[in-house]
Design a protein around this ligand. Sequence first.
Ligand code: SAH
Length: 355
Amino acid sequence: MEETASKKEILGLTLDELSSHLEKMGQKSFRAKQIYSWLHVKRADSFEKMTNLSEALRKKLDESFYISTLKEIRRQRAKDGTTKLLFELDDKNTIEAVLMYHDYGTSLCVSTQVGCRMGCKFCASTVGGKVRDLSAGEMLSEVYTVSRLLSVNINKIVLMGIGEPLDNYQNVMRFLELLNSKDGFNMSLRHVSLSTCGIVPNIYKLADEKLQITLSVSLHAPTNETRDRIMPVNRLYRIEELMAACKYYFNATGRRISYEYALIMGVNDNLENAGLLAELLKGQLCHVNLIPVNPVEGTGFLKTDKKGIEQFRSYLEKRGFAATVRREMGSEIDAACGQLRQKDKKGVRPNVVER
Ligand code: SAH
């Protein structure tokens, strides 16, 4: 939530920032570490629970700060365990988070905005446009709340929920810093993936941060012509510009890019497209993740059949690419971004980003 004039959101503060606030309140510096640990290690959701602080200090904290909270509105669990939660934020807006179970552990798909303004034609998150950005504290609250509600450790985080992470750059960077903090959640950024529809200037910026995260790029088409039809962002940043930014990212970080490609029947899924994709990515050390498109009500897009998907994948493999088909997790519970939120409130037309 936006900070009110009187209270500051505390989960989104770094330890240094918290220390300086407490110093101004006349508190000893070691208190900052104690409070930070209550928030990010013990995950207290109220000051009252911070029992090694005096009652007077707890009261003072409560007067100066608030902790972002998420209220569970709905929960859906699929046969494979995938659990989708619809949360209400402090200002009554809603977002989704999805927990998935894998051989290696769990991963949590985190939302970065309320709605999205990128306008991808196959995506439910974009219906109704963007309402607002999420703060770093709210994103952390997604992680802590899911972990608490489902009693799980979260081993991996994917920024692939509602919203475009690179359209909320500062808050997402702060979220990553807090997630990675040694005195806090202490998650290695190697266990974090960030997915973008291709906001080119911010891919360069991100490359220069030299983080250990995996960058996923939602490519979904091998030519400007096809990409223009399904992703309005492509009219701002052409495929050639996007590829140049991706190459820069790889050179700067040494991290392989994962290209996401949703197979949509009759739109981008024939072998000619596979050939063009192979030409486009030629020479790049990368990974291609094929996703059978999740049909969203009202879009008219259908998924490619199993045979078509396998042909596309094996073609790429023959051309020397690491190509996998994403396991469809929890599709019976609308696990693709934004679908549960839309069921709760019928949306209007998306607004689309302009350069
Ligand atoms: N805005 C970011 C992250 C959110 S979406 C991005 O565009 O990458 C996460 C992934 O799901 C993206 O690759 C997105 O294109 C894809 N996606 C969205 N709707 C989908 C659908 N109906 N079926 C399959 N993939 C979808």
